[in-house]
Design a protein around this ligand. Sequence first.
Ligand code: GLP
Length: 249
Amino acid sequence: MEIVEVSDYDAMSVEAANLVMRHVVQNPSLVLGLATGATPIGTYKYIVDHYKKNRISFKNVHTVNLDEYIGLETTHQNSYATYMKENLFNHLDIPIEQTHIPNGKTSNLIEECERYEELIQSLGGIDLQLLGIGLNGHIGFNEPGVSFDSKTNVIKLAQSTQSANSQYFKDDTKVPTHAITMGISTIMTSKRIVLLVSGKEKADILYKIIYGELNKNVPASILKKHPNVRIIADLEALSVLKEKRSVNS
Ligand code: GLP
């Protein structure tokens, strides 16, 4: 895993956006895997700025999102479909039918998981996958304990994840308890992965991913096995790692 150290959240966002744009320039038909949460919002903002300034077209790009809550209409203000439209898709020239997000409102979840897996395969796999990380080491919504062989599946969200997500549910909507997520093995088949990590609260988990053992209770620890992972982390996120390194040196 290659670690790129940046000063802060803004620098992480610029670095990640520039990397995505380089890939779109090199491959205008890029299959781009996307994440949600607070972490990539700045990256999306800089992608939009870059797109507007340099008119780099997304019209042949396909995107596949990692996950979606079960039970929310796509138009719900807290759905990841809405998040993606507001933060990215509405501001680019990408045709909306080339943007893919699991359907959390389907009546047949098993079929939806299979459809999503097949869709990714039919696109030729993911060229570049952006990832954030949950405080418990989850990627997508693959919570601790999930099998490293998992494909797109339905997952019960950990209590800590539900609490972390509750800040976004300001109306009376209950925080969803389940989600559809790409599986760990789906994510691992991406040709290249970029993990974004910012803030002090992620410092412990980042240290565990980099120096801890491969452990399914820390789902992101599997990234060590991937041949092409770049971690873009800011100084706060790297603080525990740096502290331990200086104690050991
Ligand atoms: C959610 C998303 C993940 C994301 C994680 C971290 O659980 N499903 O894809 O990485 O949150 O969120 P944040 O970036 O807000 O810390």
